[in-house]
Design a protein around this ligand. Structure first.
Ligand SMILES: *Cc1c(COP(=O)(O)O)cnc(C)c1O
Length: 354
């Protein structure tokens, strides 16, 4: 039996304060209006003008030659790995990475790569950590082909890799003849928090993608960017995996709207996350990691309450949080306001104190 994520207990009111994930935003009236007005065509056939506009805009934003629109971030990672690597190749990535933990074993099932997990604080590793796992190029060792990083690092705590460190690990990879791939699910959060343009942030990465459903507020879609040759091959995999779409412009329009309206405002989510961390730190037994961006991780082992018990108590107040890597995770996003943060802190204090 494969379980879906936990549902609120029976009798729980509707969720009013949704800190479960930044994926849970609902498209607002202006975004829906943009979707309704979208010019559309057959995307699979290369005829959807709104998808073309989105891909052109993303390639320019990332400073890459080309881009491809895909249904999800997971498909971006899968297709990037299929395009960079062959079966039996090795991908070097952090031990907390999404490709290891949250893609249903797809790299064993579909891409056939093996993933070498690196340790390191806050979802990050150093150039020395990469140097330490370089294998001899013999017939015995798996061919190392790709270095992968997450910006921001999700289970790492929504942390922002410093630019110098991103560049340093990419340099080691390129010296070895490996390619570099950035899982940029929340890349714009990192760019806004660090005050660095996306183009500069990803300059040393051969491929990079951005999720439009993580805090940017679109209902679906992610865009993968790289060279013309890379995106050409990525298109073959998109077709093979059934990721080619039809009038996808109706969703691409939401992504274009998000680029225009929902990027700069990520700073508000980061401020709300910091306020949440400050409030939670006042609660006895709670250990809070300082948030870099919109993800607040906290440990409640010191309170004697389990993550599931806290979730159940909060659900009765119409508040949702998630559990990840043994800690509680609360995400801020465009459907979470500063007053909701205050209310959430009070409810969490009350739930723990009971
Ligand atoms: C959410 C997420 C993904 C996958 O994106 P989906 O759109 O949910 O498929 C990949 N990597 C990271 C770091 C994520 O947070």
């Amino acid at each position: 039996m494969v379980h879906a994520p936990a549902r609120p207990p029976a009798g729980a009111p509707p969720v009013r304060i949704n800190l479960y994930s930044d994926t849970q935003t609902r498209p607002g009236p202006a975004m829906k209006e943009a979707m309704m007005r979208a010019e559309v065509g057959d995307e699979q056939h290369g005829d959807d003008p709104t998808v073309h506009a989105l891909c052109d805009r993303m390639a320019a934003l990332m400073g890459k030659e080309a881009a491809i629109y895909l249904p999800s971030g997971t498909m971006c990672n899968v297709i990037a790995i299929l395009t960079h690597c062959g079966k039996g190749d090795e991908v070097v990535a952090h031990e907390t990475s999404h490709i290891l933990h949250s893609e249903g074993g797809t790299h064993a099932a579909l891409t056939g790569v093996q993933i070498l997990p690196l340790k390191g604080e806050r979802g990050q590793f150093s150039a020395d950590d990469v140097r330490a796992v370089i294998r001899p190029k013999t017939r015995y060792a798996p061919p190392q082909r790709l270095l992968e990083v997450e910006q921001t690092a999700n289970i790492g705590g929504g942390t922002v890799w410093p630019l110098a460190q991103l560049n340093a690990v990419a340099k080691v990879a390129h010296e070895q003849g490996w390619s570099t791939h950035m899982d940029g699910a929340r890349l714009m959060n990192a760019c806004v928090a660090a005050g660095i343009s996306a183009k500069e942030m990803v300059a040393q990465y051969d491929s990079v993608w951005l999720d439009f459903t993580k805090g940017l507020g679109a209902p679906l879609g992610a865009v993968l960017c790289g060279t013309d040759a890379f995106i050409g091959q990525a298109w073959r995999w998109k077709q093979r995996l059934g990721g080619s779409m039809r009038q996808a412009g109706i969703c691409a329009a939401a992504c274009l709207y998000a680029l225009d309206h929902n990027v700069e405002r990520l700073a508000e989510d980061h401020a709300n996350a910091k306020a949440l961390a400050r409030g939670l730190r006042q609660i006895e037994g709670v250990v809070v990691e300082e948030p870099d961006t919109n993800l607040v991780f906290f440990d409640i082992k010191g309170t004697g309450l389990t993550v599931e018990a806290l979730q159940a108590r909060l659900a009765l107040q119409g508040i949702a949080v998630s559990g990840l890597g043994g800690r509680v995770r609360a995400c801020t996003h465009l459907d979470v306001s500063a007053p909701m943060i205050e209310e959430a802190v009070a409810a969490i204090r009350e739930a723990i104190g009971r």
